[in-house]
Design a binder for this molecule. Structure first.
Ligand SMILES: Cc1ncc(COP(=O)(O)O)c(C=O)c1O
Length: 380
């Protein structure tokens, strides 16, 4: 058996998405900025996809800017807000468990002279609301907090965070990459200013995402060139991928409830099955404030690299944390922030599921982990 359980890193592109994209590649290849009918035809596909994506996220069409993915969206949001609002203040707030496409940008801004507060998290990966409230000052111009953590699946209390940020003049950016398909995302209901998403985490193609910017937000856009995306992101739009992105989002939203039930069942089955086999493990994160698609476990008997290698030999493909840190020996910054313990981080594995996974696949993973545990017990 072969089991891919690294869906938080990326997902396969859905058949329906490939079909929609193929039609655009083959028949509607025009440049949407061209004024002839081939261009106008491509423009129609672009406009329809933008409408569909805006609707799926509770945003206006004017607020959707297509980008190459969430890394670009996060970079644009954080730098764009910081530079455009510098005259109002020098203070920025984020958390210690953000994706590197957020954290590394804040680190650079810090080197440039901005004052950055990195909020702590508790053992479940939740930020501390009182610490956020205490950190806010007259100088705070940006708060950037992720919706769902990519390594442990913890869901931050967005409404509570928003209530605190709304009392100030700071802008609020949300990296919502891992929330799509798992939680309802209503951009205006949250009252956030900017948001990042990326298609490849929910059955869409890689290299396409969106940056959602509330109308009227004071922000700089770095990319100069043509007048695409209302002069906010120059470059010919990738219409086939944008159409695929729209279809993937539609499917993710339509099947969200049923998928969540399935994912929660898989998660429970996984944990119960490991317990029944008496494999020692501890759960990293929150059992209540989390999505079903990520399960991060601490296995005290084996280091993560050995575990990943042995699972790979059993044709089970998982990850040690975010894909960007996989393959390196650096302890996960998320687990270190949660437990203050590099050793725990170096013995933890992220399993991530999607709706296509079956109970047999989950049982296969637990059977193989059980074998690995016994091998280690006998050898030591
Ligand atoms: C929470 C989070 N933010 C941002 C990203 C970056 O997204 P992209 O691959 O589209 O650049 C990822 C992808 O790993 C992610 O999980």
């Amino acid at each position: 058996m072969e089991v891919y359980a690294d869906y938080a890193a990326t997902t396969p592109v859905k058949e329906e998405v490939i079909d929609k994209m193929t039609a655009v590649y083959q028949q509607h290849f025009g440049n949407p900025s061209s004024i002839h009918s081939v261009g106008r035809n491509a423009r129609k596909y672009l406009d329809d996809a933008r409408r569909q994506i805006a609707k799926g996220l509770g945003a206006k069409t004017s607020e959707v800017i297509f980008t190459s993915g969430a890394t670009e969206s996060n970079n644009t949001a954080i730098k764009g807000i910081a530079y455009a609002n510098k005259h109002r203040g020098n203070h920025l707030i984020t958390s210690k468990v953000e994706h590197h496409s957020v954290l590394h940008v804040f680190e650079q801004l810090e080197r440039e002279g901005f004052d950055v507060t990195y909020l702590d998290v508790d053992n479940e990966g939740l930020i501390k609301l009182d610490q956020l409230e205490a950190a806010m000052t007259e100088e705070t111009i940006l708060v950037s907090i992720m919706f769902v953590n990519n390594e442990v699946g913890t869901v931050q209390p967005m409404y509570d965070i928003d209530a605190i940020v709304s009392k100030s003049n700071a802008l609020f950016h949300v990296d919502a990459v891992q929330a799509v398909g798992h939680l309802e995302i209503d951009f205006h209901d949250f009252d956030i200013d900017t948001m990042s998403i990326t298609a490849h985490k929910f059955g869409g193609p890689k290299g396409i995402g969106a940056f959602i910017v509330k109308d009227g937000t004071t922000i700089n856009f770095p990319q100069l060139g043509g007048e695409q995306e209302k002069k906010r992101r120059a470059g010919t739009e990738n219409v086939p991928q944008i159409v695929g992105f729209a279809e993937a989002l539609k499917l993710a939203n339509e099947h969200r409830d049923a998928n969540n039930v399935h994912l929660m069942n898989l998660k429970n089955l996984f944990l119960v099955s490991l317990q029944e086999r008496s494999v020692p493990f501890e759960y990293n994160g929150s059992m209540t404030d989390s999505t079903g698609h990520v399960v991060n476990l601490y296995f005290p008997f084996i280091d993560v690299e050995t575990m990943l290698t042995l699972l790979d030999l059993s044709n089970i493909y998982v990850s040690s944390g975010s894909a960007c840190t996989a393959g390196t020996t650096t302890a996960s910054h998320v687990l270190v922030a949660m437990y203050g313990d590099e050793d725990r981080a170096n013995h933890s594995v992220r399993f991530s599921f999607n709706e296509q996974m079956t109970e047999q696949e989950i049982k296969y993973i637990t059977t193989e982990i059980h074998k690995i545990y016994h091998k280690f017990k006998e050898e030591n």
